[in-house]
Each structure stands twice: as structure tokens, then as C-alpha cells.
Design a protein around this ligand. Sequence first.
Ligand SMILES: Nc1ncnc2c1ncn2[C@@H]1O[C@H](COP(=O)(O)OP(=O)(O)O)[C@@H](O)[C@H]1O
Ligand SMILES: Nc1ccn([C@@H]2O[C@H](COP(=O)(O)OP(=O)(O)O)[C@@H](O)[C@H]2O)c(=O)n1
Length: 233
Amino acid sequence: MTTTASPVVVAVDGPAGSGKSSVSRAAARELGYDFLDTGAAYRGLAWHALDAGIDLDDADAVRGLLAAFDYRVVPAPGGAHVSVGGNDVTEAIREPRVTAVVSSVARVPEVRVALNDVFRRLIRETPSPGIVVEGRDITTVVAPDAQVRILLTADEEVRIARRAAELTPDQAATARQLAERDKADAKVVDFLTAADGVTTLDSTHLNFAETIQAVVDLVHDTVGDPTEDGGAL
Ligand SMILES: Nc1ncnc2c1ncn2[C@@H]1O[C@H](COP(=O)(O)OP(=O)(O)O)[C@@H](O)[C@H]1O
Ligand SMILES: Nc1ccn([C@@H]2O[C@H](COP(=O)(O)OP(=O)(O)O)[C@@H](O)[C@H]2O)c(=O)n1
């Protein structure tokens, strides 16, 4: 396989529960691309802040964590492992106590600048011919020049139902948390309207497989389908 100097970048933004991580991960696999979940880094820093026992409303204290924030993504067969300061936090960063505070670290401008540097390095250094990067500000800030830029959306009740199905039977609590987090996050970056040149993909009436296919089709329409002559779908 020929690897071009710069990888194809597929940027995916959207609100919580729209399917960004699951759809992006599956589309990346199908495309033979790398996958970068930027939310995991914000979650890693939030985990680190909780671990250090700092006050999450104290922006100076959050900023103070950045210099020693040792964040690593280690590729593994079942999905990448995330470590912070040598601790495997792959599972821990998904815990509700982390989800509840992650917006507080994400709203600190210096945090965003530092993490964006990490993301851009990971994109540059990918050994794959392409990389699917998902988050809130990938199409606008992290990789505005990505070849493919997608805003993945779904109606709020559908997103809540998808999240509730995987997390907790308490639909009301899930609904409240998801709406509150989107509201807090939307004050920092606009991931609810597509910027110029960004394709909106609304998965409200698409199942999981159809949504993945829509992403893969968009990539193939833009950069070509290397398997075209090989009889692929
Ligand atoms: N189009 C879809 N149809 C049905 N379920 C979906 C679809 N897209 C995603 N899901 C499911 O919704 C849940 C939330 O998706 P996730 O990728 O975690 O969203 P996000 O990263 O945007 O928060 C997951 O359980 C995922 O499998
Ligand atoms: N590019 C990004 C990605 C995530 N985030 C923050 O990180 C949090 C967790 O992101 P996530 O993608 O794991 O969240 P889910 O939508 O998957 O629940 C978000 O609620 C945002 O506060 C961000 O600010 N910018």
C-alpha cells in the first residue's frame, strides 16, 4: 500500500450521543484508517483533575495540571487503551463522575490549546493512510482543512434513547445530564450548526450500519474508493 505524505483527514463533530465515536471508529476500520477520539483526552484530563483532588471550578488549578499531564493512546486489538501518568484509564474515563465534570476542564482556553497541539501531532504522526478524528471542534479548529468534514447529528430524544440503552435504565437522569453537558459545551464551541463546507449527516432515521455507510460513502466520494475496481459494494 502506498502511504501519502499527509494522511487523509476525516473530521467528525457533533453533540453527545450522536454516534461520533462508535460510527467514526467503525468507519475508520472499514476505510483502513486510524481513529482519534479527542473527547477521551478531555476525559483523561478530567480524570486526572479528580485524581489530584483539585477544585474543577478553579481554572488556575486546572491549567496547573497541564504541564505534567502525561496522556497516551496505545493501540490495542480490541480498541485503543488510554493512559494518564501510567494508569490505564480506558474504562475510568467513561464513568459518570468523569462525564459530570469534563465540561469544566474543556472550557479552559489553555486546555484546548494544549490538547489541540496533541491532536495535531497524533494526526500528523499516524502510520495509516488516513485518520478519522471526532470531537466538537475538529471541523472548525483542530483540522479545518480536513478533506472530509462532517457534522453528525440526531434528534435529542433519539440521542438520549441511544445513550440510555447503553448506560442506565434511568432515562430521565440520562436526558438531563446529556442536555446539560451539551449546553455547557456549546458555550465553548459551536457543534450544533455546520460551518461552511461541512456536510451535515443526520442519523435520526438511520440505523448504525447505514450511518457508517454514509460516512464511508462521503469519504469515497471525496478521495476516491481504492477498492472500486475490486468489486466492493
Ligand atoms: N445510527 C445509529 N443508530 C442506532 N444506534 C446508534 C447509531 N449511531 C450510534 N448509535 C449508538 O448510540 C450510542 C451512542 O453513540 P456514541 O458513538 O457513544 O456517541 P457520541 O460519541 O457522539 O457520544 C452507542 O451505543 C452507539 O452504538
Ligand atoms: N473536541 C472536543 C472533544 C470533546 N470535548 C469535551 O469532552 C467531553 C467528552 O467528549 P466525548 O466525545 O467523550 O463525549 P460523548 O459525546 O462521547 O459523551 C465533551 O462533553 C466536551 O466537554 C471538547 O470540548 N472538544
